[in-house]
Write a protein that binds this ligand. Structure first.
Ligand code: SD4
Length: 301
C-alpha cells in the first residue's frame, strides 16, 4: 500500500488538505479527495478568490474556472466562465466522468450542471461587492488602471493509497477581468497536469504568463525525465522566466500581473514548489507525517 500525500496552494489550502487527508486516509481515490478538498475552499466565503465570495469581473459578476485531472488515464474535466454555481469543481468532475469532452464553457457548462441537479447559489458576498466597488473607483480615477489584484487559485495535488495521482484547480481568476476571460486554471498542461507515470503539478498566479509556458505539463515532463518535484518546479519556472525576461520584467515579481507559483507532487508523495516572488506558501500533509504543514516555496530570483 502506498502512503498517501496531499498538498494545496496558499495558506487557505489548509482546509483543502484537512478534508483531502481525511478521505485519503479512509482509502478514497485521489480524484475524490481533490474534488472534496476543493469544494471546501469554494464554499468558504472568506477565501476571496475562489467560489463563493470570489472576485468579480469588470461588470461585477463572478465567473469561475475549475478543473480536475486523473493520473491513471490522463482524463480531464474542466469548466470556464461559469456563473451561479458555488462548486464549479463538481461540474468539472461531471465533465470528466459523464461527457466525451474535456472542457465546457459558460452557459453550456451551466446547463450541463443543471441537468445533473448540481446546486446553484449566489457567489457575490457583501464583502466581494464592496471590494469590487473600490477597485472600480480606483480604476475609474486611473489611480490604479491595472486589473488583476487579489487573484489566487486553490490548486490541489494528491497521491492516494493505490498510487493514483490527481490534480485540481478552482478560481475566480483575475479581478476586473473582461467577461469571458479564461486563465490557466482550467487549461490542461498550463494550470494543472497529472500523470501516474511521474506526478502532478498545479499553478497559481497570472494565468496569462503561466499558460505561455504550459508550466504544469513542463513540470511533470521534467519529473518523467528523473527530476525531483522540487527540481522540476524550479527548472520549469526558471526556463519560463528566462524566456519571458527577454521581453517582460518577470524576475522578483512585485506586481500581481507578473507573479507566478507552482506546486508539484511525485509518485512517492514528495512535494516541490517554486515562485518568482516571496509570498507563496502551501499546505502539505502525508500519511507518514500526519502533521499539516505550511511551507514557504523556494524563490526563483
Ligand atoms: C488565473 N491563475 O485565472 C489564475 C489566478 C491565480 O494567483 O491563481 N492567481 O489567472
Amino acid at each position: 500500500m502506498v502512503q498517501w500525500a496531499i498538498a494545496a496552494t496558499w495558506p487557505f489550502g489548509q482546509s483543502a488538505v484537512r478534508v483531502g487527508s481525511r478521505l485519503l486516509d479512509q482509502g478514497m481515490s485521489g480524484l475524490d479527495a481533490v474534488e472534496q478538498a476543493i469544494r471546501a475552499v469554494e464554499l468558504d466565503p472568506s477565501v476571496d478568490s475562489v467560489g463563493v465570495g470570489g472576485v468579480p469581473n469588470c461588470e461585477g459578476e463572478v465567473q469561475l474556472d475549475a478543473a480536475l485531472m486523473r493520473g491513471q488515464d490522463l482524463a480531464v474535466g474542466a469548466v470556464a466562465g461559469v456563473k451561479g454555481f458555488p462548486n464549479p469543481i463538481s461540474i468539472a468532475r461531471l465533465v470528466l466522468e459523464k461527457t466525451p469532452h474535456h472542457l465546457l464553457v459558460g452557459e453550456g457548462a451551466e446547463r450541463y450542471a443543471d441537468a445533473y441537479g448540481l446546486e446553484r447559489g449566489p457567489l457575490l458576498t457583501a464583502s466581494s461587492l464592496e471590494t469590487w466597488r473600490k477597485r472600480r473607483e480606483k480604476q475609474a480615477q486611473a489611480e490604479d488602471p491595472s486589473l488583476g489584484g487579489g487573484h489566487d487559485t486553490v490548486g490541489v495535488v494528491a497521491l492516494d493509497m493505490n498510487g493514483d495521482i490527481a490534480a485540481g484547480t478552482s478560481t475566480s481568476g483575475l479581478a476586473l477581468k473582461l467577461p469571458g476571460r479564461v486563465g490557466d486554471s482550467p487549461l490542461v498542461g498550463s494550470g494543472f497536469y497529472a500523470d501516474n507515470a511521474a506526478g502532478a503539478a498545479v499553478g497559481t498566479g497570472c494565468g496569462e504568463l503561466i499558460m505561455r509556458g504550459c508550466l504544469s505539463f513542463a513540470i511533470v515532463e521534467l519529473m518523467k525525465g528523473g527530476a525531483s518535484a522540487q527540481q522540476a518546479c524550479e527548472e520549469a519556472l526558471n526556463r519560463l522566466i528566462c524566456r519571458l525576461e527577454q521581453c517582460l520584467p518577470v524576475r522578483n515579481a512585485t506586481e500581481d500581473m507578473t507573479k507566478m507559483a507552482v506546486l508539484a507532487i511525485d509518485q512517492k508523495g514528495n512535494v516541490g514548489a517554486a515562485a518568482n516572488h516571496g509570498e507563496f506558501d502551501f499546505a502539505y500533509q502525508t500519511a507518514r507525517d500526519r502533521e499539516l504543514r505550511i511551507i514557504r516555496a523556494r524563490i526563483i530570483a
